[in-house]
Design a protein around this ligand. Structure first.
Ligand SMILES: *[C@@H]1O[C@H](CO)[C@@H](O)[C@H](O)[C@H]1NC(C)=O
Ligand SMILES: *[C@@H]1O[C@H](CO)[C@@H](O)[C@H](O)[C@H]1NC(C)=O
Ligand SMILES: *[C@@H]1O[C@H](CO)[C@@H](O)[C@H](O)[C@H]1NC(C)=O
Length: 374
């Protein structure tokens, strides 16, 4: 939903003279939908805990509309520490105050944010020997950018929840006869590749519309780079960096209606529309796009994967890509969703093994909810 709202906001600004419009004058939506962490309140602290002396540290990058010290994030950290006592957890921030940090999830230049975060992480002595990382929603692809461009200190396991690795491709459709919504939606789609949007609006920097791939490749400021999609600019060190990950864990929310298409969390994307059909849609002013049947091309059929532009195929052939699902809407973290992942991929292998015997909920080495794509 937030993507819709945010792009509506963006589209409203599209009616203004863009150059004169500084993000400081734009609103930050105050509702708490979006990519914020939603935890169950039935959670019970464990009595039996891992006996690992020094768990590997964890770094978290929160999502759109959330902040590094929001109640949801702080509660999540408490729960992780309950599973891995003594673990050092760092929550990435782009500004000191909750409001400014939240604003930075909407407005700014992602490339600059990744640089800022790289400096922040390099400066924390507890992380010097490496760490596991967890990216919530857009934080997932931003952490991947950190790995590809820096990875000093290195990430051991990267777990991304509902992230947009192949971008977002559309804005969920408007209700029939909602003319304002349809106007705004069309304006948003038209303006998303403007230079202004690409330098100032975070979500525009991972908007990837397969119907306008040329436009995306020419103008996108962030995603096209970290996905190494421009043949002339492919950076081999991105692939080399990603390929040294121990595990890349990609979590898809089964009822995700925020990320379009939700398979983006597994590196899936809509197929480019058939040219003749696209033309017909163009004439119809794109109003019926939401109604058109679209095919999702899964990760292993993406050129990015097949030609191994970012090291994803290398990782996968080593058995290091783990595709997981969680039941629920975007960023709804049920205990069955996050706990097994925190046991298996956070803190260190030993922790997971020792835990396996101790807790009845644990499935040992089994992959809870593991679904492997053909
Ligand atoms: C690094 O840490 C020092 C001391 O904690 C702090 O003053 C400085 O601002 C930090 N630099 C960055 C880039 O975070
Ligand atoms: C490739 O990426 C690395 C790491 O970000 C950077 O240092 C290097 O300059 C880039 N190479 C090219 C050719 O852009
Ligand atoms: C493209 O669409 C046209 C008209 O709907 C159809 O005849 C044609 O088979 C389609 N081509 C592909 C490659 O799907």
């Amino acid at each position: 939903m937030i993507v819709l709202r945010e792009l509506l906001l963006l589209s409203l600004s599209a009616f203004l003279p863009l150059a004169a419009c500084s993000p400081a004058h734009l609103l930050v939506p105050s509702h708490d939908l979006s990519q914020t962490v939603k935890l169950q309140d039935t959670w019970q602290p464990l009595v039996q805990v891992s006996k690992v002396a020094k768990p590997r540290p964890l770094v978290i990058w929160h999502g759109l509309g959330d902040s590094y010290n929001s109640p949801g994030i702080l509660e999540f950290i408490v729960r992780v520490k309950n599973i891995h006592p003594g673990i050092f957890v760092h929550s990435i921030y782009l500004a000191d105050t909750l409001d400014d940090d939240r604003r930075a999830t909407f407005y700014g230049n992602v490339n600059e944010q990744v640089e800022q975060v790289a400096a922040q992480l390099a400066n924390i002595t507890e992380l010097a020997d490496g760490f596991d990382a967890m990216g919530f929603s857009q934080g997932g692809q931003f952490l991947r950018a950190y790995i590809e461009r820096h990875n000093v200190p290195p990430i051991h396991n990267l777990i991304t929840f509902g992230s947009q690795h192949m971008g977002i491709s559309d804005i969920p459709g408007c209700r029939p006869f909602d003319v304002v919504c349809q106007l705004a939606r069309r304006a948003a789609i038209r303006e998303v590749y403007s230079e202004w949007a690409q330098k100032q609006l975070i979500q525009a920097q991972y908007f990837r519309d397969p119907a306008r791939l040329d436009r995306y490749l020419a103008s996108n400021n962030f995603l096209a780079s970290i996905n190494n999609e421009r043949p002339a600019e492919r950076n081999t060190s991105y692939a080399a960096h990603l390929a040294v990950l121990n595990k890349l864990v990609l979590v898809l929310f089964l009822q995700d209606e925020t990320v379009v298409p939700k398979e983006s969390s597994w590196f899936g994307a809509y197929a480019a529309p058939n040219a003749s059909r696209a033309e017909a849609e163009g004439q119809a002013g794109r109003q019926d796009v939401g109604a058109t049947e679209k095919t999702v091309v899964p990760m292993r059929l993406q050129p990015l994967y097949v030609e191994d532009w970012i090291g994803l195929r290398t990782l996968d052939e080593r058995g290091a890509v783990v595709l997981e699902t969680c039941d629920g809407e975007h960023m709804v973290l049920a205990d069955e969703c996050w706990q097994p992942l925190v046991r298996r991929f956070v803190g260190g292998e030993t922790a997971a093994l020792e835990d396996a015997g101790a807790d009845p909920d644990s499935e040992g080495g089994e992959h809870l909810g593991l679904v492997v794509q053909a």
